[in-house]
Design a protein around this ligand. Structure first.
Ligand SMILES: Cc1ncc(COP(=O)(O)O)c(C=O)c1O
Length: 342
């Protein structure tokens, strides 16, 4: 039994998705770029069209049920992947899902993730905001959620307040376990990885992967591509890693200086496609038949292509691209999807 296995023996977890997710080699892309590029298919984790949050939700739902929750609340933009996956996980375990969603205007049509949220009948609260009011929007969402929690709890219900992106200790545990899952697969296929590339938002995926790497003593360079500027994320990740260490009773943790998120490849902003991200979607679809999501994975893939083209990654490296999902956003509004064909 390895160290992560034994640390997780007592950690509550509910089965939500299909794990391990497959790893495959991107043969055509690898040949084109003189690299060995593998992809880990967390777009195939299962319920409600899957994605990386299902990993986190296995631990978050278990935590919520242990705490006697009847309702689960979370936050995001109108096209939140995390929110949609939370709704599907809640539906499996009899929890009532509530979403507080912000966006520039209340959508007239329900597309992509919102369409799925509606089908799964989530309780949805819309927070309309101006383009530059991100902080105010979050404050308003939190205030409105607090009111709703008070109301529900006065009726005898119990609410679990799930942070945006599932960025709490339970959520990050999902990606420590994810690292262990990957390491087992690498051993099985005799792959010695040089890089792991992924899209970063709340930072839970990165925190879990970095902690997993430390705990299991596997040496690999993790390249997180931020999908919007996230001031102070390095310190939040470091603090979260200490909470995880306390929870698991271990010494390993992440220092602020160790967190190196690339913020150069998200273009004009969150949910705004760039020429590079649109090209990345087309390239992966046309070379490999795999679909990326415009908001996250397309931007990380664009970052990876740029690193390869600028020789920041040496030829013939073993690279794993962690496909964190978000594919339903390919069916969202045109301004989010970008122009993929004439
Ligand atoms: C498709 C996709 N990829 C990556 C991420 C980023 O994961 P994290 O929030 O753990 O940084 C998200 C977060 O919502 C996502 O939806």
């Amino acid at each position: 039994m390895n160290e992560i296995d034994s640390l997780f023996e007592e950690v509550p977890r509910k089965r939500v998705g299909f794990f391990p997710t497959p790893i495959e080699k991107l043969g055509n892309i690898s040949q084109k770029y003189d690299q060995n590029i593998y992809i880990k298919r967390d777009d195939l984790t299962g319920p409600g069209f899957g994605g990386n949050k299902i990993r986190k939700l296995e631990f978050i739902v278990a935590d919520a049920l242990e705490k006697g929750a009847t309702h689960m609340i979370t936050y995001g933009g109108f096209q939140t992947n995390h929110g949609r996956q939370m709704v599907s996980a809640c539906r499996r375990f009899g929890l009532e899902p509530i979403l507080f969603l912000r966006g520039t205007e209340k959508p007239e049509k329900f597309r992509g993730n919102l369409h799925l949220d509606k089908i799964m009948d989530a309780e949805i609260h819309y927070i309309p905001v101006g383009l530059d009011e991100e902080k105010e929007a979050m404050e308003r969402a939190t205030a409105e959620a607090e009111e709703r929690i008070e109301e529900l709890e006065s009726e005898g219900h119990k609410c679990y307040d799930c942070p945006i992106g599932g960025f709490n200790v339970s959520g990050c545990l999902g990606f420590i376990w994810g690292f262990k899952e990957l390491k087992d697969q690498l051993e099985e296929h005799s792959i010695d990885l040089d890089y792991i590339v992924h899209a970063s938002g709340s930072g839970g995926t990165l925190t879990g992967l970095m902690m997993g790497e430390k705990i299991s003593n596997y040496d690999v360079e993790i390249l997180p591509f931020g999908v919007s500027k996230n001031e102070g994320k390095e310190s939040e990740i470091s603090k979260m890693s200490r909470k995880i260490a306390d929870y698991l009773g271990i010494e390993e943790h992440i220092s602020e200086e160790e967190v190196k998120i690339d913020y150069e490849h998200f273009g004009e902003g969150y949910c705004i496609p760039s020429q590079e991200s649109t090209n990345a979607i087309k390239e992966l679809a046309r070379e490999e038949g795999i679909i990326l999501g415009p908001t996250y994975t397309a931007k990380a893939m664009a970052g990876l292509f740029d690193y390869i083209e600028k020789n920041k990654i040496p030829q013939n490296s073993d690279i794993l691209f962690w496909h964190t999902g978000g594919t339903p956003t390919i069916f969202a509004e045109r301004n989010i999807v970008g122009k993929l064909y004439d």
